[in-house]
Design a protein around this ligand. Structure first.
Ligand SMILES: O=c1[nH]c(=O)c2[nH]c(=O)[nH]c2[nH]1
Length: 290
């Protein structure tokens, strides 16, 4: 029996980078959380502590800031630039993964006019991307997280099995609410990333709003399907949807009825509905989801 080194990777996690574009008096803000993870010929450092092949995580962090000096563009393009740089410039690095989150800010107004340099953080979803590059090929997954949405009707849940532990009442009218985490794998690295993101986000929202739901699972499929229908360059969509339960409050002890108007918004436990929707001829995923 021998003990050997298994899979390993390393990098700088959660580099918080804010860039202000100030080409004119009207500033633009880009607020990112960037994580770099590299792998390759790293046996020496683990077995002997020889660090000749270890690009310091501090250097990786500095590279993120230095690359931002030239502008950021879309997070997908920025991630590709960084991933290609780490692998192409370091012989010992064979694979780079760069994950990015982009926090949204909205411009404030002063007396009905757009403020040139004042912003408020938005709470309607964080754009995400993960880029992999192995020296030859790149893989890009885009996504969104923390997009909280709610339908106040057009949601049913009934027909489920009843055993000795079942207490849940069947319902033909309930609130359906979730905080969407979705990611989608592109089949190309030549895309207009901003347009693609905007279409996918709209597709998720319109499918959520427009689907008469008999389960969150059915809604999940409809959302993934809509993303694939509206962008031929997306191969696969993964969704994670917590069921943010809203229970009808029992007002009968107070002699009051409750025709679907007063709810208790429970925060835990919650149902967690997860699934993948993909084209049956999707190209292989490679390391895209790793
Ligand atoms: O849409 C739903 N799917 C479930 O699987 C489930 N389970 C549950 O208790 N409520 C719900 N709602």
């Amino acid at each position: 029996m021998a003990i050997v080194l298994g899979g390993n990777r390393y990098g700088k996690a959660e580099v918080r980078l804010v860039r202000v574009d100030r080409d004119s008096a009207r500033h633009e803000l880009t607020d990112l959380n960037v994580s770099v993870s590299l792998s390759g010929d790293m046996t020496d450092t683990h077995l002997t502590g020889a660090n000749e092949k270890v690009l310091a995580t501090d250097t990786q962090k500095n590279t993120v800031f230095a690359f931002a000096r030239d502008g950021i563009g879309s997070i997908e393009a920025f991630g590709l630039r960084l991933a290609r740089h780490f692998v192409d410039s370091q012989e010992a690095i064979h694979h780079a993964r760069v994950t990015l989150e982009q926090f949204s800010w909205t411009r404030l107004e002063i007396d009905g006019e757009e403020a040139p340099h004042s912003f408020a953080r938005r709470g309607d979803g964080t754009r995400t991307a993960t880029v992999h590059y192995d020296g030859t090929q790149a893989w890009v997954v885009s996504g969104i997280s923390d997009l909280t949405v709610l339908n106040s009707t057009d949601s049913e849940f009934w027909g489920f099995p009843r055993d000795q532990y079942t207490t849940l009442a069947e319902t033909k009218d309930r609130i359906l609410a979730t905080a969407v985490t979705a990611s989608w794998r592109h089949s190309t690295t030549e895309t207009d990333w901003d347009a693609s993101y905007s279409t996918a986000r709209k597709s998720l929202l319109s499918a959520f709003a427009g689907t008469y739901s008999r389960s969150l699972q059915q809604t999940l499929y409809a959302m993934g399907e809509r993303v694939l229908q509206t962008d031929p360059a997306i191969a696969e969509v993964r969704l994670s949807l917590p069921n943010k339960h809203h229970f009808l409050s029992d007002l009968s002890p107070f002699g009051l009825d409750n025709p679907g108007e007063v709810f208790y918004a429970a925060d835990r436990p919650y149902g967690l509905i997860e699934g993948t929707v993909l084209r049956d001829d999707a190209p292989p995923a490679g390391p895209a989801w790793d």
